[in-house]
Design a protein. Structure first.
Length: 55
């Protein structure tokens, strides 16, 4: 195996990894978890309002 072949294999592995992460992130099964994670920023504000704390 020469250096060009190794670079080609690494390129394919990285591309497949990227496509896998992309598919995982945009799959319908993950939507609820990502929506919940997106709203975590606001949950801290709600807790401080409920306890009467002011920043």
């Amino acid at each position: 195996m020469d250096y060009g072949t190794i670079q080609g294999i690494i390129t394919i592995v990285v591309m497949l990894t990227f496509v896998g992460i992309f598919a995982w992130a945009y799959s319908g099964r993950r939507k609820n978890q990502f929506d919940e994670a997106a709203n975590l920023v606001f949950s801290d504000d709600e807790k401080s309002k409920d306890s009467g704390e002011h920043k």
